[in-house]
Write a protein that binds this ligand. Sequence first.
Ligand code: PLP
Length: 452
Amino acid sequence: MNAIPNRSLIEIDRDHLIHPVMSFRGHEKAGVRILESGKGMWLTDVDGRQLLDAFAGLWCVNVGYGQDSIVEVATEQMRKLPYATGFFGFGCEAAIQLAGELTALAPAGLDHVYFTLGGSDAVDSAIRYIVHYMNATGRPEKKQFIAQVNGYHGSSSTGAGLTALPHMQRGFDLPLRWQHHIPSPFPYRHPAGDDPQALIAASVAALEAKVAELGGSDKVAAFFCEPIQGSGGVIVPPVGWLKAMREACTRLDILMVVDEVITAFGRTGPMFASNAEGVSPDLMTMAKGLTGGYMPMGAVMLADHIYQGIADGAAESMPIGHGYTYSAHPVSAAVALECLRLYQNGLLANGEKTGLRFAEHMERVKDHPLVGDVRWRGMLGAIELVNDKAAKTNFAYDLDIGGRLAQLSWNEGLIVRCFANGGLGFAPALCCTEGEMDDIFARVHTTLDKLL
Ligand code: PLP
């Protein structure tokens, strides 16, 4: 593509396209980098530059770019039946098959699925179903929700209140009366230190204290958590933490909602991170890797007792008033079924193998003078940069380390998530080879050296 249409694309973008989260004025000034195509781990921009994507788009293209079999099933589904409503007693084969497969793969007891368009509306649907369930089962006072500091649960008007990242709430006047937060198990920065048992005990104690403060389990509906906090900086709790929180929720008689929007579909090793600890949440949300980013789709899964509570609470002729036109979209469902096939036929295994190489590189990069902490599980990880290793202090916000890292890594032809406080997030596609992982870290080292 020559320079003139390219420039005009940038102008059209600047004048008309609103980008997620980006500052409006910042966007007008900086513009965007326009991507054109992708294959495997690699992206090409409109100027023909090759970029190594170590972030799977936005932690979603777990299957890699250019998977022809996905294109084929989507095309076939579009030809055969591009749309089928799930309203008014209709359905379609792809969505029904997908519901069957997901319930077979998910932790035991999650027997019912509602499909959404992404993660934010999966979280919103979870909240709405829980509120409905509490009303239907005669507990209208049980409506407080507890989530964690550094957590991200999307940007719907309900979920953004559970999200504990200040920029997602600032200026939006969210209804925050029923969303509460406890500290997250952050080994590098928790006052309890990095002793796994102490961290787990601190989380359990914080949950118990918050439930008591809110008036006891008669008032608290649910605890929401990510098995690994993603957007908050890839904060990896100790092994055993999720299981301990499950046991605490059961003891406290509150529901547990595990938000697996990032962690599912092989990102941390198994199909779901909850599987690794034998945890069965009461509700589970997912999106991203479900369709590998090829089509929009998310889901909320409900344990049978939640489903039965809602079912028994309404007369057969009464609608349960929660629904989207594009819920269980046939093309998204067909794509998700193909992604599940790819995960099970080699991608999960390759991710586990390359994940070992990822771990070796993360151990090694820890010695870099700017690196304070490295944390990872499977093919998900982050490096946290500090200006003083002993004091663990991050760089001052106005140094714009995030912006400088984004520019330097771009110069190296590398796409990573650059956190504002000076961190790099990694979520390479599961098709990544060991050689490509070595290539990613060669570029990471150059990027860090140039920041020195
Ligand atoms: N929940 C978690 C844990 C996420 O990481 C995200 C997005 O990154 C969401 C929810 C929201 O998903 P979406 O951006 O698809 O709405």
